[in-house]
Design a protein around this ligand. Structure first.
Ligand SMILES: [Zn+2]
Ligand SMILES: [Zn+2]
Length: 369
């Protein structure tokens, strides 16, 4: 059958994307789900900074590729041997398929699944190959999801079933920004009640981290961003969040237990490191270019027992954490609806990415009919 999708044929660095048009909207062929695969009707898919990194080539992926990795939808058809899903089920995608059997999976770290990471690098589904094509030419799959398409085929290992009435445009956010941001707080930083925490970078992940820090009982929350509008939005989220630009924060004497860097900016990571107290933790979820490095005095890492920790997919176990976070949202304890700035049509995705990069929006979501 046919599906209308956003295809990345070549990397494009120059903006506005509205003019350079890195993403081509086109009807392409999608084949039936294979063994242990599921076809979903995508209802909503979020635009994320890491998609921009793929568009610009900072994250190198094979092309042509249908990108997008944060989606919610309805199961349309299931392949052979699929037991946990049936047509009509509501699902959220996860951007690392996990086998459940390799060592990292066995240790409760599915974001590091050996087979999942391997298939993602190849731009293939977990089971191998891809189910999209155009004129008999294969189109690659983005991290096993390819969300910017009316229909997509994914491995059953890339899905979490959810039983909820939450609108799809909010549900989609659980696929990346919420698992990454809230997960960084509870799974990676493991913050304790009453700690002081600073979040550097206020995109979708940064805002999720703010909301997560509040829900997890941080006593003092400090938000840092170069964009005044973002700081204003953080203030609107909660009056007791302290907001600073990086320059302002350097003039203050602030010591935090935990710094979470979400921007993928080296200066932000360094600033975060300088703000954490002796024995404190720095968590990074950022994805800068592969050549980006920081120099940090190793003596201080040792003497001061500071910890620097990476967190991918919020170090989450999606099957456990997505329903948990969803329940907290339903009870009003995780106000993630505040993350959604606007919804757009698939046809407007190039200018949507311009709007995301401009910094005036937190999350923008493509809504499908
Ligand atoms: Zn993302
Ligand atoms: Zn695994």
């Amino acid at each position: 059958m046919k599906t209308k999708a956003a295809i990345l044929n070549k990397t494009v660095e120059n903006q506005p994307f509205k003019e350079s048009e890195p993403l081509l909207i086109k009807e392409v062929d999608i084949s039936k789900p294979g063994k242990r695969e599921v076809m979903i009707k995508v209802m909503a898919a979020g635009l994320c900074q890491s998609d921009v990194s793929v568009i610009k080539g900072y994250i190198d992926r094979p092309r042509p590729m249908i990108i997008g990795h944060e989606a919610a939808g309805i199961v349309y058809e299931v392949g052979e041997d699929v037991r946990d899903f049936k047509p009509g089920d509501k699902v959220v995608t996860t951007f690392v398929p996990s086998c459940g059997k390799c060592l990292p999976c066995s240790e409760g770290r599915p974001a590091l699944c050996e087979l999942g990471v391997e298939s993602n690098k190849k731009g293939e589904l977990f089971e191998g190959g891809t189910r999209f094509s155009d004129d008999n030419h294969h189109i690659y799959t983005h991290v096993g999801v390819s969300a910017f398409s009316q229909y997509t085929v994914v491995s059953e290992n890339s899905l979490v079933k959810v039983d909820t009435e939450v609108p799809f445009e909010y549900l989609a956010l659980f696929g990346c920004s919420i698992v990454t941001g809230v997960g960084a707080i509870v799974n990676a930083a493991k913050i304790n009640l009453g700690e002081t925490i600073c979040i550097l970078g206020l995109g979708g992940v940064g805002f999720s981290a703010l909301i997560g820090a509040k829900a997890a009982g941080a006593a003092r929350i400090i938000a840092i961003d170069v964009n005044q509008k973002k700081l204003q939005m953080a203030k609107e989220l909660s009056e007791d969040i302290e907001v600073y630009t990086p320059d302002q924060v350097k003039e203050k004497i602030i010591e935090v237990d935990v710094a979470v860097e979400t921007a993928g900016v080296m200066d932000a990571l360094k600033l975060g490191y300088s703000l954490v107290k002796r024995g404190g933790r720095v968590v990074t979820t950022g994805l800068p270019g592969p050549d980006k490095k920081i120099d940090i005095p190793i003596m201080s890492v040792t003497f001061e027992e500071k910890e620097i920790k990476g967190s991918y997919l919020g170090s989450c176990i999606p099957k456990r954490d997505i329903p948990r976070f969803l329940e907290l949202y339903s009870k009003g304890k995780l106000p993630i609806d505040k993350l959604l700035s606007k919804t757009i049509l698939l046809e407007d995705i190039n200018s949507g990415f311009d709007d995301l990069v401009s910094g005036d929006n937190i999350r923008i979501v493509v809504k499908f009919d």
